[in-house]
Design a binder for this molecule. Structure first.
Ligand SMILES: O=C(O)CCC(=O)C(=O)O
Length: 285
């Protein structure tokens, strides 16, 4: 596929082969602008709350209300950002994030990969990565490193979606093509600030590392066993905003359970099961 061409559905036979052989797909233009803007708005509301808190505590004076989404968090709260964590979930369990999971072209692709109804997974993360920040540099890992070996035979595709254009200078992702064939490998807690889980360097086949620059509207979809990491953000004053969301092959074990009701099933697309409404979903947090 021409890399600048928007994804059409269904996936091409080459893409299906790439998914099977490499364990990832970079889908161009599958997330509508309206969905991206909605998610940016809901993250901007969290930033607003953080900045208000810093002002009330007398830590900052100028709230920078006129600054754009891309820069406000770093310009106003930058040196205090670490105290607000390395990723956000409950703070952004909003209708916009819910809606993002229903983006039609993305859901088409996920349904094609799973071959079942499209089911949502409870784990998603808003990830502001600030210039020069170590806390948010995520080392090589598999998502199943977090979900445990119970997820080894499950398919839990992640869709990583940038909210600003990303490349190797501002914290885009890298994947190791074909690493999903290794099963769940041992992870240890890294020594660096982020204390993320990481796999041993010896397992990384350097010749198969793929760097994934992306535009707004793109989604990088990868298997729960695919090794991936995010690079340091070394340039500019722009926050590398991104969200990672997950889906589940219907019937598979979801890995760790996060819902209030462990039997809840988040049905995103089906002809036979009732589609989950926002009101039902939001009660699960
Ligand atoms: O966004 C990042 O920096 C890391 C994302 C990641 O590791 C994931 O989605 O599993």
């Amino acid at each position: 596929m021409n890399t600048n061409q928007k994804q059409t559905t269904p996936l091409s036979p080459e893409q299906v082969d790439q998914w099977e052989n490499d364990g990832y797909l970079l889908l161009k233009g599958v997330v509508p602008e309206s969905a991206i803007n909605g998610v940016r708005d809901s993250f901007a509301r969290v930033v607003d709350g953080i900045i208000r808190e810093l002002k009330e505590d007398g830590i900052i004076e100028d709230e920078g209300s006129e600054l754009p989404f891309e820069t406000r968090f770093v310009q106003v709260a930058g040196e205090h950002a670490n105290r607000f964590g390395r990723s956000w979930r409950n703070q952004v369990a909003t209708s916009e994030v819910f809606e993002l999971h229903y983006a039609p072209r993305l859901v088409d692709a996920i349904g094609h990969l799973t071959g079942t109804d499209v089911i949502g997974h409870p784990v998603f993360n808003a990830r502001p990565k600030l210039p020069g920040q170590q806390l948010t540099v995520v080392p090589w890992h598999q998502d199943s490193g977090y979900f445990g070996t119970v997820s080894e035979t499950s398919l839990i595709p992640t869709a990583w979606i940038p909210l600003v254009p990303v490349d190797e200078t501002n914290g885009c992702l890298q994947v190791v093509a074909g690493s999903h064939r290794l099963g769940v490998v041992d992870h240890r807690t890294e020594e660096r600030e982020g204390k993320f889980l990481e796999v041993m360097d010896e397992l990384i086949e350097n010749s198969r590392v793929v760097t994934c620059p992306m535009e707004l509207g793109d989604a990088l979809v990868f298997h729960n066993l695919t090794f991936h990491r995010s690079l340091p953000h070394t340039t500019s004053e722009i926050v590398r905003w991104a969200i990672d969301i997950r889906y589940l092959r219907d019937g598979d074990h979801p890995g760790t359970i996060y819902w209030q009701d462990p039997d809840f099933k988040w049905v995103i697309r089906s002809e036979t099961q009732p589609i989950t409404a926002f009101a039902q979903w939001v009660e699960m947090w």
